[in-house]
Design a protein around this ligand. Structure first.
Ligand code: ADE
Length: 251
C-alpha cells in the first residue's frame, strides 16, 4: 500500500496540508514532528526537515525506517541557477547533485564516496506526475490562488515548469561568484537549494522512489535574502498546497 512521505524544509513550504489532514497522529522523533494521517484519501506522513543536507538526510531516513513510507515527495523553494528561470517558475528534479561534495583526490569531484555516483535520478513516474500537477496548477488554480497584488509585486506572469538538474549544498547562494563557482563546473543546473540531493542519496540507498519539486523564490544573487523571505511568507504555501493536491489526485 502507498504511504507517502512529504518533506519540506520550512513551515511555509507545507502550510495548508497539515491543517486538512484527517485522522492525524503526531509523533516527535529526533526533534522533528512527524504528522501521520490521510490527505485526499492517501496515507501520508508530513514532516519539516529544517534546512541543510544533514537535516534532510536524518529526516528522510527516519521517514523510511520508523514510519515505513513507500514514496517520498519533497516540496519547497529554490534559487534560480539558470538565467532563463524567473521567480514563480517551477522546477521538477530529474537529477540531483551535491555541489559541495569534494573528496578529491580520493574520489572524482561530486562523487558520493563508495556509491560510484555523483548524480541521483528521481523516480520517472512520480516526477512525470509532479510535472503534470505543476502544469495543471499554473493553468488553473494559479490565477485564483495568488492575489493580483502579489502577482504584480513578485512579477509573476505566466510561470513556466521545467524539469532538470538541481544542485544542493550547505550554502545559501546570495552572490554571483558563489553561483558561478557551482555553474562553471556543473553544466545545466536549473536551481540551487540545500536539501534535495541529500534526500535523493538516502532514497537511493534505501531503494525508495522519490520526487522533488521546487518553486523559484529568488535568483541566487544579492537580492536573494529579501526575495527568499518574502516569497516564502506570501507565495510558497499556495504552490505547495495546490501541486501536492493535484499530485495526489493522480493516485
Ligand atoms: N533556497 C531558496 N533560495 C536559495 C538560495 N539562493 N540558495 C540556496 N538555497 C535556496
Amino acid at each position: 500500500p502507498v504511504r507517502l512521505g512529504i518533506i519540506s524544509a520550512l513551515r511555509e513550504e507545507q502550510t495548508g496540508l497539515i491543517e486538512i489532514m484527517q485522522d492525524v497522529v503526531t509523533t516527535t522523533r529526533g526533534m522533528r514532528d512527524y504528522v501521520s494521517g490521510r490527505l485526499w484519501g492517501i496515507e501520508c506522513v508530513c514532516v519539516l526537515s529544517r534546512i541543510g543536507k544533514v537535516a534532510a538526510a536524518a529526516t528522510t531516513a527516519t521517514l523510511i525506517e520508523k514510519f515505513g513510507v513507500s514514496h517520498i515527495l519533497f516540496t519547497g523553494v529554490a534559487g534560480a541557477a539558470d538565467s532563463r528561470l524567473r521567480v514563480g517558475d517551477i522546477v521538477v528534479a530529474r537529477q540531483l547533485v551535491q555541489h559541495d561534495m569534494n573528496a578529491e583526490p580520493l574520489f572524482p569531484r561530486y562523487e558520493i564516496p563508495l556509491t560510484g555516483l555523483s548524480h541521483f535520478y528521481s523516480d520517472q513516474i512520480l516526477s512525470k506526475q509532479l510535472l503534470n500537477a505543476a502544469e495543471e496548477f499554473i493553468r488553473t488554480d494559479f490565477h485564483s490562488a495568488i492575489a493580483d497584488y502579489d502577482k504584480q509585486r513578485f512579477r509573476l506572469l505566466q510561470p513556466l515548469v521545467y524539469e532538470g538538474l538541481i544542485a544542493s549544498g550547505d550554502e545559501f547562494i546570495a552572490h554571483d561568484e558563489q553561483l558561478r563557482k557551482i555553474t562553471d563546473r556543473l553544466q545545466d543546473v536549473l536551481a540551487v537549494e540545500m536539501e534535495g540531493a541529500a534526500v535523493a542519496q538516502v532514497c537511493f540507498e534505501f531503494g525508495i522512489p522519490f520526487a522533488i519539486v521546487r518553486t523559484i523564490s529568488d535568483s541566487a544573487n544579492e537580492d536573494s535574502p529579501v526575495d527568499f523571505v518574502q516569497f516564502l511568507e506570501k507565495i510558497a504555501a499556495h504552490y505547495a498546497y495546490s501541486i501536492v493536491k493535484r499530485f495526489i489526485a493522480l493516485h
